[in-house]
Write a protein that binds this ligand. Structure first.
Ligand code: ATP
Ligand code: GLN
Length: 146
């Protein structure tokens, strides 16, 4: 049972109806991850080309001084997926399954609470805006009504 914490507390974790799963991936695993997500019913995904520095590092060349230099960063892809709370674990498992090689540089996943979703075309908010036609929630409700 989570302990209710004051919002000003540094260990306060907001509970949310929606979460953003932000995954930093090796560029050549992105096609595997996105087709795996598609197959499970994920319909909304955003990707960006980013550059990052982690345990894998970048260039082996030594840098003078402590400032981050240009060639310390490796090409990565950031994938952002907003889902309802009950879909979070399945999406994380799928990303790991499709992205993992076991070598340093496989990336990281960050989980971020999202306070609302607004569909620009219709002005819908919340669950109505987050749901996608033929998406995971639809697939599950169709399967359970049969
Ligand atoms: P509409 O029915 O008006 O087309 P939609 O909900 O299908 O709305 P789009 O307008 O097609 O959404 O989405 C535009 C872009 O928003 C997508 O290309 C994608 O980058 C991003 N996007 C949509 N939904 C999500 C989501 N749940 N998570 C991450 N990105 C999303
Ligand atoms: N939760 C949405 C649905 O089940 C899917 C969200 C997404 O595809 N990112 O319809």
């Amino acid at each position: 049972r989570p302990v209710i914490k004051a919002q000003s507390s540094p260990d306060y974790v907001p509970d949310s109806q929606f979460y953003k799963i932000e995954a930093i991936l090796r560029p050549w695993r992105v096609a595997h991850v996105s087709s795996g997500l598609m197959k499970m019913g994920i319909r909304g995904v955003t990707v960006s080309d980013v550059r990052g520095f982690g345990a894998q590092g970048g260039s082996m060349e030594r840098q003078a001084g402590s400032e981050f230099s240009e060639n310390m960063f490796l090409a990565k892809v950031k994938m952002e997926i907003v889902v309802s709370k009950d879909q979070v674990e399945a999406v994380i498992d799928k990303i790991i399954e499709e992205a993992r090689t076991g070598e340093i540089g496989d990336g990281k996943i960050f989980l971020i609470p999202v306070s609302d979703v607004i569909r620009i075309r219709t002005g819908e908010r919340g669950e109505k805006a987050e749901r996608m036609m033929g998406g995971l929630a639809d697939i599950i409700s169709t399967a359970s009504s049969n």
